[in-house]
Write a protein that binds this ligand. Structure first.
Ligand code: HEC
Length: 163
């Protein structure tokens, strides 16, 4: 009985590691880059519509709160968009710096900061205090910049392939 249990345990561990390596091998750096590219554009679009909305004479604070919620939800996911092996070494024209993986705690904190700032923006939008909303929208933009400064490299030349 004991040996059966041991065999079962071995099978479980072995099966587990097999599916882990299969999942790891399935990471496609280019696809992964394209996915996060699309997500970052969604984040950018949400922030842009908040900024545009704040230019109106009577900003729609409900709409702003909804966009802030979109940013919060996406911010929460950011670390999952960077599986190991999807940096420049994977062949994608990515601006992801290696620090994303060597300082994954710092990267997660930068994502969490955006989550916190956009949550605060939602709360303020519900108060209807436009000046405060404006200031907080800037803080959200600051959270983007703080991460980009540390974890995003210079623009990649998309027109020429460097050999
Ligand atoms: C936790 C870090 C982090 C935060 C926070 C963050 N970004 Fe980024 N962003 C990145 C990284 C890293 C890249 C480069 C991804 C790549 O090239 O693979 C990037 C890329 C982008 C891109 C370019 C996408 C592309 O590939 O064309 C846009 C646009 C963008 N971010 C907008 C924003 C906006 C707007 C915010 C805030 C509302 C934000 N980001 C917050 C890390 C972050």
């Amino acid at each position: 009985m004991k040996s059966n249990a041991a065999r079962l345990a071995t099978a479980l561990v072995f099966g587990g590691s097999l599916s882990f390596s299969a999942a790891f091998a399935a990471v496609d750096p280019v696809k992964s880059y394209e996915t996060r590219h699309a997500h970052f554009h969604a984040i950018y679009g949400a922030l842009q519509s908040i900024m545009d909305g704040l230019k109106l004479e009577a900003p729609d604070t409900d709409a702003i709160a909804m966009k802030a919620q979109t940013i919060e939800g996406l911010a929460h996911q950011i670390p999952t968009w960077f599986p190991a092996g999807t940096g420049p070494e994977g062949g994608a024209k990515t601006r992801a710096k290696t620090e994303i993986w060597t300082d994954s705690v710092g990267f997660a904190a930068a994502a969490k900061n955006l989550e916190t700032q956009s949550a605060a923006l939602q709360t303020l939008a519900k108060t209807g205090d436009i000046a405060a909303v404006q200031a907080q929208a800037k803080a959200v933009g600051g959270a983007c910049g703080a991460c980009h400064t540390k974890f995003r490299g210079p623009e990649v030349d998309h027109d020429h392939d460097h050999k």
